[in-house]
Design a protein around this ligand. Structure first.
Ligand code: PA5
Length: 437
């Protein structure tokens, strides 16, 4: 297993602040971090009912984990298409992990399709047509069981499954991930005899990819979830230190606060790998939903370079100085290839012949950091991970969870609630004519 030894803090994930244009020292926050580290690990802060993720790498239900592996093995062969029905925290993590780890064209014999995350009639109707003649397994994921996008889509796809396979066969093909006892989905799953997995009470949606919420679809897609848990465990052990010189996650949390003090209210998460685009979406939910409260917070945004250097790049370079960049640098690509020689050199690209594509990507990154920092005056934080494999994903989850908790507590924000998301629902229910309870 590509597990790194204890104490190798900066080997797994590194934070490079040499292009960050910081006007305060990170170390000057040590006292504050000492105090808040205790608050996190002793669970005495706001939202402490939702901190099950802190030691989840140790406390997770091992029997349930084995059952996930067994069920995944059982349904894998049936799953020409895996439909994953969920939204927000019950959607983004699994998609981010599958794309990061397997890439966008992995040749996996199971195609994963995400539903329950939109009201778009066109999208839902097209998915229905697309899966018509395919062998389908459906994993519905909802902690509350009442989320409208998910519940409506599940109604449509459950009807499709029941017509195609009959209720008996659906017991083998529909898996519900939900609350252990409460909610309409749990009641329905029990009544219909679906396999069910539990979303822990004390882990909120955006922290839940490390629970059956993420692990069930990942295992069905053939991702090695044991390695994810190994990465999570090592991060939990290694990042459990208040010492800023040894904890890149807390360094990152502090840097965000320093940069916001310098007037930067937008953080752009940048990756140079298209298969990290959904990871950026997951990160946006984690930071945005955790921190954006009480008129505070940094707006999380994202870009994929070099693609977006040909669009957003102009604004970053010369537009209003509102943002800093956080680059997620991948040291080793999953695959690489050499640039071929063309004897005629009609495109004048021979100066790159024989070089690796990844090297070109890395040079583009270096050149861009210089352009944005030196010429553009845009601060750049660089977080490095060794690769895009399972272990790194597990590690990275914990890195961002603990960094989010720290950075929110630093500005007195509860990182674990989301009161603001209820307001659109209230208005929508009124317009939809939802009966009062
Ligand atoms: O972070 C959150 O809590 C939300 O994004 C939820 O995960 C999302 O609203 C889906 O909720 P549920 O799992 O209850 O359907």
């Amino acid at each position: 297993m590509d597990q790194r030894g204890e104490g190798d803090y900066f080997k797994m994930m590194k934070l490079n602040t040499s292009h960050a244009l910081l006007k305060e020292s990170i170390e000057s926050y040590q006292e504050k971090v000492n105090e808040l580290h205790k608050v996190i690990f002793e669970r005495t802060g706001a939202g402490n009912d939702f901190m099950g993720w802190v030691d989840w790498a140790e406390t997770y239900d091992k029997a349930e984990f084995e059952r996930i592996l067994k069920v995944a093995e059982k349904v894998k062969d049936k799953a020409e298409v895996l439909l994953v029905c969920g939204i927000g925290g019950s959607y983004l993590g699994a998609r981010a992990a599958i794309e990061m780890i397997q890439g966008l064209y992995s040749g996996n014999k199971t195609e994963v399709i995400f539903v329950g995350n939109t009201f778009s009639s066109t999208y839902i109707a097209q998915v229905l047509k697309h899966i018509q003649d395919k062998s389908v397994v459906l994993n519905v994921i909802s902690k509350s069981g009442t989320t409208t996008e998910t519940a409506l889509a599940f109604r449509v796809f459950r009807e499709f499954m029941e017509k195609k396979y009959g209720k008996e066969e659906c017991k083998e093909r529909i898996i519900a991930t939900t609350d252990k006892a409460r909610g309409t989905l749990k009641a329905l799953a029990d009544k219909e005899g679906y396999e069910t997995f539990v979303i822990p009470d004390d882990i909120g949606g955006r922290y839940s990819v490390i629970t059956p919420v993420g692990l069930v679809p990942l295992a069905i897609m053939g991702v090695d979830i044991k390695k994810i848990m190994a990465g999570l465990y090592d991060a939990y052990k290694e990042l459990n230190t208040a010492d800023l010189s040894k904890n890149p996650a807390y360094q990152y949390a502090v840097c965000r606060r320093i940069l916001q003090n310098q007037g930067y209210d937008v953080e752009m998460f940048v990756a140079y790998e298209p298969q990290l685009a959904m990871l950026a979406e997951w990160w946006k939910q984690l930071l945005g939903e955790s921190e954006g409260k009480d008129g505070k917070g940094i707006l999380p945004d994202s870009a994929n370079f070099s693609t977006d250097l040909h669009s957003l790049g102009q604004f970053i370079q010369e537009g209003k100085k509102v943002l800093f960049e956080t680059i997620l640098e991948v040291e080793n690509p999953t695959e690489d290839l050499l640039i071929p020689t063309d004897v005629e050199n009609s495109d004048q690209m021979n100066y790159l012949a024989g070089k690796s594509y990844d090297w070109v990507n890395k040079m583009a990154c270096l050149g861009t950091i210089e352009a944005h920092e030196v010429t553009g005056g845009v601060p750049n934080l660089i977080i490095s991970i060794p690769d895009m494999k399972e272990y790194s994903f597990g590690y990275l989850c914990y890195f961002f969870f603990i960094a989010t908790a720290m950075t929110c507590y630093m500005i007195d924000i509860n990182p674990f609630n989301q009161p603001g998301v209820e307001i659109y629902k209230k208005n929508m229910f009124r317009l939809l004519g939802k009966p009062a309870k």
